[in-house]
Design a binder for this molecule. Structure first.
Ligand code: SIN
Length: 359
C-alpha cells in the first residue's frame, strides 16, 4: 500500500514538473553540436585555448553543448573558413586579424607595421572602446567577434642570410591574405605572395617562396625553421586573432531564461558560452608569451635556422622603409583609429615637476 502511494506521488510530481516546464521524457533534446575550426597545431596558444574553451563550455553547459575542435586546417583551411562560417558549416573560428580585410577595412589597423611596440600594447588597444567596437564592426556582414586572442610578435625568415630591407630585395615572401602585408613587402623591394597557412611549409621547402613572416610558435610548430636559414627578430607586427561566430546562429541560441528552455528547463546557452570564451581568452593570453618563448628556444636549440637580434641601427632601417604603407592605408583605416591604437605604444611621459612651494 505504502509503495503504491509512493509511486503515485512520484508520478504526480513528474507530471507536475513536465507540465510546468513543458517537456516529456521522450522529447529529450540532443546537445547542440558546435564545431570550432582553426589552422594551427594543437600545441600553440590558439590550439590550446580552443581545447580549453571546449572543456569549459561542456563543463558549464553539461549535456547542452558538445564542442568539436578541428585543428591544423583539418576541417577548413584559411581560404575557406570564413565562407564556411557564414554558411553555418562551422560555428566558431578564430582567424588571424590579417584575414578579415574583405569584411572591414578598419581592421587593417592591426596589420600596420611597427604600430604596436609589443603584445601588451596591442592587448590594451583591443580592450579599449575603439578595439571593442571593431569586434562588432562586421555584424552587417553576418559576423560577430566575441574576443581577441593573442599569439605574439611576428618576425621575418628567409632561406638566406639577411639583416636589413636591402638584403631581401627581390625575394618572394609568403604572406597572409592581407593587402597591408602585400604593400609592406613592396616597400622593402620584395614580393608578397598570399597563401594559405597549410601550404607554407611545402612552399618554403620547394623554393616556391624564399621566406615568410610569423610568430615563433607558428614557425616551430610547422617546422618552418627546418627549411629556412635565418630568422630575424624584426618584431614588425602582432599576430593576434578574433574569435568570430555566425551572427544568425549566435543570436538564435537560447539566451533568455523565459524563452530559452532546454529539455524543458531554463537555459542560457549564450551566457554559458560567453563565459567559457572569456575564461579561454584569459588562459590564451596567459600562455601565449610563454609558448612563443619556448618555441624560440627550441628553434635555437635545434641548430637549424639562425635566430638574429637586430641592432638599433638595423631596426631603424626597417622602420624607415614602412612609411609608404601608412600613406597608402591611412584613409581606409582612419587617422583617428590609427592614433587611438598608437597611444598604447607611446613612451610614458615624464611627470611634470611640481613648482617649489614658497615658504
Ligand atoms: C594562424 O596563426 O592562425 C595562422 C597564421 C598564418 O596564416 O600565418
Amino acid at each position: 500500500m505504502f509503495k503504491k502511494i509512493t509511486n503515485l506521488l512520484t508520478a504526480i510530481s513528474f507530471f507536475a514538473v513536465t507540465t510546468l516546464f513543458g517537456f516529456s521524457a521522450s522529447a529529450q533534446q540532443a546537445p547542440i553540436v558546435i564545431k570550432l575550426s582553426h589552422v594551427v597545431a594543437e600545441n600553440t596558444p590558439k590550439g590550446l585555448a580552443s581545447l580549453k574553451f571546449k572543456e569549459l563550455a561542456e563543463k558549464k553547459l553539461p549535456g547542452k553543448v558538445q564542442v568539436q575542435v578541428f585543428p591544423n586546417s583539418q576541417l577548413f583551411g584559411d581560404a575557406k573558413e570564413l565562407e564556411a562560417l557564414l554558411l553555418n558549416d562551422v560555428q566558431i573560428i578564430n582567424p588571424s586579424l590579417s584575414k578579415f580585410d574583405r569584411y572591414t577595412k578598419k581592421i587593417q589597423v592591426f596589420d600596420l607595421p611597427f604600430l604596436f611596440k609589443d603584445s601588451k600594447a596591442a592587448n590594451d588597444f583591443q580592450n579599449s572602446a575603439d578595439g571593442k567596437a571593431l569586434l562588432k564592426s562586421m555584424e552587417d556582414k553576418g559576423l560577430i567577434g566575441l574576443e581577441y586572442w593573442a599569439n605574439g610578435m611576428r618576425h621575418f625568415s628567409t632561406n638566406k642570410d639577411f639583416r636589413v630591407p636591402a638584403d631581401v630585395k627581390g625575394l618572394k615572401f609568403r604572406i597572409q591574405a592581407s593587402d597591408v602585408y602585400e604593400s609592406l613587402l613592396k616597400a622593402f623591394g620584395a614580393n608578397g605572395q598570399k597563401m594559405a597557412f597549410a601550404e607554407v611549409y611545402q612552399a618554403l621547402q620547394t623554393g616556391v617562396v624564399d621566406g615568410q613572416e610569423n610568430t615563433f610558435s607558428n614557425m616551430y610548430s610547422q617546422k618552418f625553421h627546418e627549411v629556412q636559414k635565418t630568422i630575424v627578430e624584426t618584431n614588425h607586427g602582432i599576430l593576434d586573432y578574433m574569435v568570430v561566430v555566425n551572427a544568425k546562429w549566435w543570436n538564435g541560441l537560447p539566451a533568455d531564461i523565459r524563452k530559452g528552455l532546454w529539455n524543458g528547463l531554463p537555459a542560457d546557452i549564450r551566457k554559458g558560452l560567453s563565459e567559457a570564451m572569456r575564461e579561454a581568452t584569459i588562459y590564451n593570453n596567459q600562455i601565449s608569451r610563454e609558448k612563443n618563448e619556448e618555441a624560440r628556444k627550441a628553434i635555437i636549440d635545434s641548430g637549424k635556422a639562425k635566430v638574429v637580434k637586430l641592432t638599433d641601427a638595423q631596426l631603424a632601417e626597417w622602420k624607415k622603409a614602412v612609411a609608404p604603407v601608412y600613406a597608402q592605408f591611412e584613409k581606409d583605416i582612419g587617422v583617428d583609429l590609427i592614433k587611438s591604437a598608437q597611444k598604447y605604444s607611446q613612451p610614458a611621459q615624464p611627470k611634470a615637476e611640481k613648482p617649489a612651494t614658497k615658504k
